[in-house]
Structure formats: C-alpha cells, structure tokens
Design a protein around this ligand. Sequence first.
Ligand code: PNS
Length: 167
Amino acid sequence: MKHAVCAVYPGSFDPITNGHIYIAGRAAAIFDEVRVSILVNPQKRSMFSVEERQMMAREALSYLPNVTVDHFEGLLIDYLRQLKSRVIIRGLRAMSDFEYEFQMALMNRQLAPEIETFFIVTDPKYSYLSSSSIRDIFQFGGIVQDMVPPGVFRRLRDRFPPRRSCP
Ligand code: PNS
C-alpha cells in the first residue's frame, strides 16, 4: 500500500507573504498533505514571534484543507524523519535564489539521501516579493497591502501605526 505523501514546506515566514501562499497552494494541488513548517531560530532576530507567524500562516492558509502549519527546531532533515516525510518544498523566484537553494538541497541530500527537495517556481507577479522587503517597506511607510494576506497587513499596522504628518 502506498502511504499518503506529506510534503514539508519549511521557512522563516517572518511574515508569510502572498508569494509563500502561492507556493503552498501549488504544492497542495500535487501532494496529499503539505505542512508549512516555521523554523524556530533563536540566533536570528525576527519581527514576529513563532506563535504570531504560525497564527498568520494558519489564517492565510485555512482555505486549503490539506495544508497544516507547524514549527520546528534544529535540523530540517531530523524534523522530516520524525514526520516520516521525504519531501521538502522550496519556492524559486529568480536565478539569484538558485545558488543558495541548490547548496541547501545538496547539503540536505548529503545528510539524508532518502529526502528529495522539490522546487516550485513562483508566479512572475511575486518574483520580487520577500519577507525582508515587506518588513523594510512597511517600517518606512510604504504600501504592502497587495503583497501580504489581510491578517499580516493588520498585524503590521498594529506594530507600526501610520505616522502622522506635521500639522
Ligand atoms: O525562509 P528561509 O529563511 O529561507 O528558510 C530557510 C530554512 C528554514 C529552510 C533553512 O534555514 C533550514 O532548513 N534551517 C534548519 C537548519 C538546517 O537543517 N540546516 C541545514 C540545511 S543547509
């Protein structure tokens, strides 16, 4: 009997963007189950806590019944082995992503040859989108409303209320 395929889509998701949601949706159309897994990395300063990131991702992905949201610590391959998953999903936006992603996929294969990394190419309209640019743009008053789900926009606005102009 073939087991249902659970694919893990790992990342920082600080915060989740429309580009991530697009990749999760494409993966959910192919794999039986997709687990969006947020890395807990105490060494990296994040804008949102893991709990907040999880909540935002859950809200944004609730329309996809076979997608769940989780978090993990330590090595990605150990987390996959715990889940008995053999599939890593990563999104690709541009060639500039490729070198980093290729290196990570090869490193993960070296550590766990049974695990495969699948790349999903983004929609061109998201090719410029990244969580770090969302954070920067929003902090300095730029418009990000079309780039993130409504729950993320709301939380960004709570965190950085719009600046008042001089009277
Ligand atoms: O969204 P990101 O920050 O590009 O995601 C990177 C992530 C979380 C996939 C990667 O840093 C990761 O898997 N970290 C866990 C530690 C690990 O397994 N490292 C070995 C792979 S090189």
